[in-house]
Design a protein around this ligand. Structure first.
Ligand code: SF4
Length: 471
């Protein structure tokens, strides 16, 4: 008998990466429309877990109204003689993977950002209770991670209870992250890699170092180490650092080698501490995006939870689309919030001295890690809602990027304003413009005659229709 014969829909790796559009969804659990959502794994004592128990606090799937979004929590409690608290983060990340094995059930993101959808098709096939989802998760967890001896799962849809447990979960995530602080990249010989998101972004591999937390913010270097130890064939693996080729940009021979192998040759070099050149790839479940703002030569940062419009007129979702997909895109960089607390944060680009804007909620979360001489010079949506206001704010406060403006050649600035990254072209690019073709830059019409432009890097972008959103 198959492991999932009593489940009304199919279960398998083949469903990973399946997207469920709004028009096809039965209900949405968590996601951007609700404030409180979480998933949490806790390691308990053997006697504290009732193996196989599935509890639902609040309405079950068949009691939820079609087409609506609901606050949601998943609490997975596990026990086993070899299980340690260090493994909680890694086990928790598997919820994403296993939920996505279920036909017509989509899981995105992690921790307090989870976003799930059930399709109408699967609901109509009979997937109308969390009990089925709980059974699938329990069986997959026990078969893939045999160190889990007992497992019980609680699904929460009662809004009050979700909020209460969400508050607790936030404290637990913070304690986990704090545990991983303090260790330096220079002090270890091994980093960890994670390829769990390759089902969504086939060329993406996270490189997790003590000072560069995974993009999803769910896996620290300690988590990576614990996972690689208990499940060596799993998606987390050790990376021998090898030779340090550039300590500022963060290039290591061992990392390049591992990434090349795991991305099947698509990515050959990675610079860990910069958003330019060969930046770390971004899958799709990063917690935040650092985006270059050419007009001020600085970075804006926006996190997934920010519902407004950023200072350059774009929302998180638009910026995330430009960033995701396992590509290396100059100036668009998927990051975790914990990485923003690291001394290596965008080190090669100037770190916090190059950050000019971020939502106030995010600033509040990381403010203790922003250098004291910069913290009041970084704008939020309360200080600047567009580029002009931002420029004024930065000048007024004497933000360190203002110094950079003076150094820049005027022509270079004008060209930057017209061009924004979509796909980097590396190597030498030669652009030949035939006689008489007019080019418009910064309001000037320039007619070139047999011009050849040589550049180390060309950044080319298709213009937006209607000119509403402009990068
Ligand atoms: S974002 Fe990175 S670390 Fe997190 S699950 Fe995906 S590949 Fe793994």
């Amino acid at each position: 008998m198959s492991m999932f014969e009593d489940i009304p829909v199919d279960v398998g790796v083949v469903y990973e990466g399946e997207r469920i559009r709004r028009k096809d969804m039965y209900v949405e659990l968590g996601g951007p429309k609700v404030d409180h959502k979480f998933e949490l794994v806790r390691v308990r004592k053997l006697e504290e877990v009732e193996d196989g128990k599935i509890e639902i606090i609040g309405p079950d799937l068949n009691e939820l109204e079609e087409g609506k979004s609901y606050p949601f929590g998943i609490l997975v409690e596990v026990a086993g003689k070899q299980l340690e608290e260090d493994l909680e983060g890694v086990i928790e990340r598997r919820i994403h993977e296993y939920c996505n094995y279920i036909e017509g059930f989509m899981h995105l993101n992690q921790r307090y950002d989870i976003w799930l959808r059930l399709s109408k098709k699967s609901y109509n096939k009979g997937l109308n209770s969390f009990v089925y989802i709980g059974k699938v998760l329990q069986r997959l967890f026990k078969s893939e991670l045999p160190i889990i001896e007992k497992i019980q799962i609680t699904f929460i849809t009662d809004p009050g209870k979700v909020k209460e447990l969400w508050q607790e979960a936030m404290k637990i995530y913070e304690a986990r992250d704090a545990r991983a602080r303090g260790l330096k990249d220079e002090e270890v010989d091994v980093f960890y890699g994670c390829s769990l998101c390759q089902s969504f972004a086939p060329t993406h591999v996270c490189v997790i170092t003590p000072q560069r937390y995974s993009n999803c913010g769910a896996i620290s270097w300690f988590d990576g180490r614990a996972a690689a130890r208990v499940d060596p064939k799993g998606p987390l693996f050790a990376i021998e650092k090898g030779e340090c080729l550039d300590p500022i940009k963060g290039e290591y021979s061992g990392v390049n080698k591992a990434i090349k192998e795991k991305s099947l040759g698509a990515i050959t070099r990675v610079w860990l501490y910069t958003a330019f050149g060969y930046p770390h790839t971004s899958c799709g479940c990063f917690e935040a995006v650092a985006f270059y703002i050419p007009e001020v030569d600085g970075f804006g940062i926006v996190h997934r939870g920010f519902k407004g419009v950023t200072v350059n007129g774009l929302r998180f979702s638009t910026l995330a689309d430009s960033t995701a997909g396992g590509r290396q895109i100059d100036g668009f960089h998927g990051i975790s919030i914990e990485y923003m607390r690291s001394p290596k944060f965008l080190q090669a680009d100037g770190g916090w001295k190059r950050v000019v804007w971020l939502p106030s909620e995010l600033k509040e979360r990381v403010k203790d890690f922003i250098p004291k001489d910069v913290v009041n010079k970084v704008a939020t949506e309360k200080d600047a809602t567009n580029i002009e206001e931002l420029k004024r704010f930065l000048k007024e406060k004497g933000h360190p990027v203002v110094e950079r403006w003076k150094e820049e050649v005027a022509v270079e600035e004008e060209v930057r304003e017209e061009a924004v990254a979509e796909a980097p072209v590396t190597g030498e690019a030669v652009l030949s413009i035939p006689e008489g073709i007019p080019v418009t830059i910064g309001g000037f019409r320039i007619v070139m005659k047999n011009v050849r432009i040589r550049a180390k890097k060309a950044i080319i972008r298709r213009g937006e229709k209607g000119g509403k959103e402009r990068r």
